[in-house]
Design a protein around this ligand. Structure first.
Ligand code: NAI
Ligand SMILES: N[C@@H](CC=O)C(=O)O
Ligand code: NA
Length: 439
């Protein structure tokens, strides 16, 4: 039975996600109200242009270009405009007035999270953001609530739908990055500026959010090592499959034990063995592996992008926030009690696959092996293919391709090895260096 007064809900932004959230509230408001124990009144939707075409029909009288006024007087503000400003100012203003805020804006959270969480804590308001990481997949709440009694040791995930879609199309249908990105944009997966996707910024923001939650430590965005997919070539994708791998853009958050331990977060393309579950994540889907001391490995999988899919996560947060509004009490505060050191990528160890074009003559393998040995990097596998005459970088000289897989090595040792290889007389070129994850 509904006895609480109706809650006033404001939506900021009516793009791919916002238009779907508005549509769901308009069509299923009664059902949501029953779950909450209070009615939901959608009091307005802030847009840039009232007459712009939208994915769903929103009554004209709900549309406004005055976001500041809309925020004032709302009980629940749903921020789906994206970007840093005016989103940050509007969210701060909503929180300061005691409203609960739901956002999908990982850029804003990764950049201004501490300020926003502090503002929420000051007034006991809630800041919910399930949609900000891995779209529809429940991952924030499991980390914040379900795993709050455990000790997370590692997160390994595909958290950007656009780049997964692009790498998948490069692999399965041979499309170029540009062709696949155009489709991802048309399907509503990409950010307003898709550079955020393909250069790894979006995934890095999500990694910062995940690592902060998982390790109860504020992990700033600039501490996340970031590489995007623009340097991944179709040749690398084809060669990876031949060798039993797929190329995926991964976000990896590690708890590093030991005297100089701490936590690290990184985003980069990596080789994933074909038999690993992450290799079977296609299209714009995301998957996040979480390893916790007591729970062991857990996997969260589903739609990582898309307007209607992401709206599901937003609406789950709306129901949670509205329920708390009805029963009263403060929101869930940010947990940062562990305050662990945040380590640079040089503290990380992993495996690598290095592809070289070398001279094909006696003594070359020994010379290359010597370079690895000099830097303390242990070689695990080595495969050689002779390059047909005239097709190598060094003209008519006999040449071969070497694909070298390493045991675990530090980033610093690997970087020094690659520098030495590049300057070595028997090496014509270092054609690919990729980390190998999930072995
Ligand atoms: N599209 C997706 O699959 C997902 C998006 N997100 C996040 O959700 C948020 C929204 O994303 P999309 O809906 O895809 O973006 P979008 O670009 O389709 O929509 C944003 C809308 O906000 C409007 N807007 C921007 N500034 C405004 C302002 N000052 N006043 C009024 N309206 C303004 C824009 O005109 C646009 O219609 C972003 O933070 C994004 O990172 C999160 C998960 C998935
Ligand atoms: N652009 C993002 C949208 C969801 O966060 C992505 O492609 O994953
Ligand atoms: Na999510």
């Amino acid at each position: 039975m509904i006895s609480y007064r109706n809650l006033r809900v404001a939506i900021l932004g009516a793009g791919s996600v916002g238009s779907q959230v508005a549509d769901q509230i308009l069509r299923h408001g009664d059902e949501l109200s029953s779950r909450i124990g209070a009615g939901l009144d959608l009091v307005g939707v802030a847009v840039r242009d009232i007459d712009a075409p939208r994915d769903t029909e929103i009554p004209r009288e709900l549309l406004t270009t005055d976001a500041e006024s809309l925020v004032r007087g709302a009980d629940v503000v749903i921020e789906l405009m994206g970007g840093l400003e005016p989103a940050r100012t509007l969210v701060l203003s909503a929180l300061n007035s005691g409203a609960d805020v739901i956002t999908a804006n990982k850029a804003m959270l990764a950049t201004h999270g501490p300020e926003l969480f502090d503002a929420a804590a000051q007034v006991g308001a809630q800041l919910y953001y399930e949609a900000a990481v891995a779209g529809a997949i429940p991952i924030i709440r499991p980390l914040r609530d379900s795993l709050a009694g455990d000790r997370v040791t590692r997160i390994l995930g595909i958290v950007n739908g656009t780049t997964n879609f692009i790498l998948d199309r490069m692999d399965t249908v041979g499309e170029s990055l540009e062709e696949a990105l155009a489709t991802a944009t048309a399907l509503g997966y990409a950010e307003a500026d898709p550079t955020a996707d393909i250069e790894g910024y979006d995934a890095a923001q999500k990694a910062a959010i995940l690592a902060s939650l998982a390790f109860h430590t504020r992990v700033p965005l600039d501490a996340v090592h970031r590489e995007g997919i623009t340097s991944v070539s179709r040749d690398q994708v084809v060669a990876a499959r031949k060798a039993g791998y797929v190329v995926k853009l991964l976000a990896i958050c590690d708890r590093i034990e030991g005297e100089n331990g701490g936590v690290s977060a990184r985003v980069h393309p990596a080789l994933v063995p074909l038999e690993h579950p992450l290799a079977a994540v296609h299209g714009a889907n995301n998957a996040v592996f979480v390893e916790a001391e007591a729970a062991g490995p857990l996997m969260f999988y589903g739609a990582g992008a898309g307007g209607i899919q992401t709206a599901s996560a937003v609406l789950g947060d709306v129901v949670s926030a509205a329920r708390r509004h009805v029963v009263g009490g403060p929101g869930v505060a940010e947990s940062q009690h562990a305050n662990l050191p945040v380590l640079p990528i040089s503290a990380v160890t992993t495996r690598y696959q290095i592809t070289l074009e070398v001279a094909d003559r006696a003594g070359v393998l020994a010379a290359i092996a010597g370079v690895f040995q000099d830097h303390g990097v242990s070689v695990e596998t080595l495969a050689q293919t002779v390059i047909p005459a005239g097709e190598g970088h060094a003209g008519d000289q006999p040449a071969a391709t070497l694909v070298i897989g390493t045991h675990e090595a530090s980033e610093a040792d690997l970087a020094a090895t690659v520098t030495s290889l590049t300057g070595n007389a028997v090496v014509h070129s270092v054609t690919s260096v990729l980390r190998v994850e999930g072995l």
